[in-house]
Design a protein around this ligand. Structure first.
Ligand code: HH2
Length: 283
């Protein structure tokens, strides 16, 4: 997060054939880099590049395939000199290492360093930022009747344990952000409970990342198809900001940026103008 910014928008860039929402759209690296530039112009300060879908039921992707997808995009974003932090969404050390060598400075690991504990050393040694996320089980099976004693208490205990493990491996606490993992081994009710009681996770003391963008629980509540879940996503982002989340991982950057600017101004009782912009093209 930029030091003075009240929040950060992390734009999602899935360079995959099978992601649940934007799968196949940015498979070609030129299209992906153009989308990164667009998200930066719309207000993203982080772009999260992923080459392996973690949607429910997804199977693992070999490292070579993931590298072939991710690296040209990280290179392309770097070559454009965009004012964004490049994040790599991976659980594989090999992929993270190569992405970092190409310019990524943020590791978004949905396994919170459990898939490859060496990931913590990479983050520590290279002075990277990271996101540690909660997931129950693994993507292939995680939606098979997930159960918790108390979902918020269980997720909190997990995140505290992973934060401690990262710090023990040499990662400075200031570099760590935490994520309850909306949709990762959770029912609709679990997701809602996590959002409603987000303040209990914020009490851990690290910036919270929240990723609700276009997810299934929003479709279940609204009856909307994936591409029509923007308004529902924005509603959760506004609510999550009010309850302490600070990083918003979204596909639709422009509506999120507008909504969070107004929310933050209202809650703070002060505001600063944004350069006038329009979504219409003028010729
Ligand atoms: N959600 C997804 C992937 N990575 N990372 C974090 N930190 N938090 C999330 O909620 C999160 C994540 C899944 O969403 P998406 O990238 O849109 O789809 P897919 O996994 O199918 O590529």
């Amino acid at each position: 997060m930029k030091p003075d910014a009240p929040y950060a928008i992390m734009g999602i860039l899935n360079v995959t054939p099978d992601s649940f929402s934007d799968g196949g759209t940015y498979e070609e690296s030129g299209a992906a880099v153009t989308q990164a530039a667009r998200m930066a112009a719309e207000g993203a300060s982080i772009v999260d590049v992923g080459g392996e879908s973690t949607r429910p039921g997804a199977g693992p992707v070999p490292a070579e395939a993931e590298l072939r997808r991710v690296l040209p995009v990280v290179d392309g974003i770097g070559a454009l000199g965009l004012d964004v932090q490049i994040s790599v969404d991976t659980m594989k050390l090999e992929v993270a290492e190569a992405a970092v060598a190409a310019g990524a400075t943020y590791v978004n690991d949905v396994t919170a360093f459990r898939h490859d504990p060496e990931m913590a050393s990479l983050v520590a040694d290279r002075g990277l930022d990271c996101c540690l996320m909660h997931m129950l089980g693994e993507p292939r099976t995680m939606q098979d009747e997930p159960r918790y004693d108390d979902v918020v208490d269980d997720v909190r205990a997990f995140l505290e344990e992973r934060l401690a493990a990262a710090v023990a491996a040499g990662v400075p606490e200031e570099r760590v952000q935490l994520d309850p993992g909306i949709g990762f081994g959770k029912t609709v009710e679990h997701n809602l409970e996590l959002l409603r009681r987000l303040g209990e996770l914020q009490a851990i003391g690290r910036p919270l990342v929240i990723g609700t963008s276009r997810k299934t629980f929003l479709g279940r509540i609204t009856g909307r198809e994936v591409a029509e879940r923007v308004h529902a996503t924005v509603a959760t982002s506004v609510l999550a900001y009010e309850r302490g989340a600070r990083v918003f991982r979204v596909h639709d950057v422009a509506p999120t940026a507008d909504a969070l600017a107004v929310t933050a101004a209202t809650l703070a009782g002060r505001w600063s103008p944004t350069t006038p912009r329009t979504s219409r093209t003028t010729t």
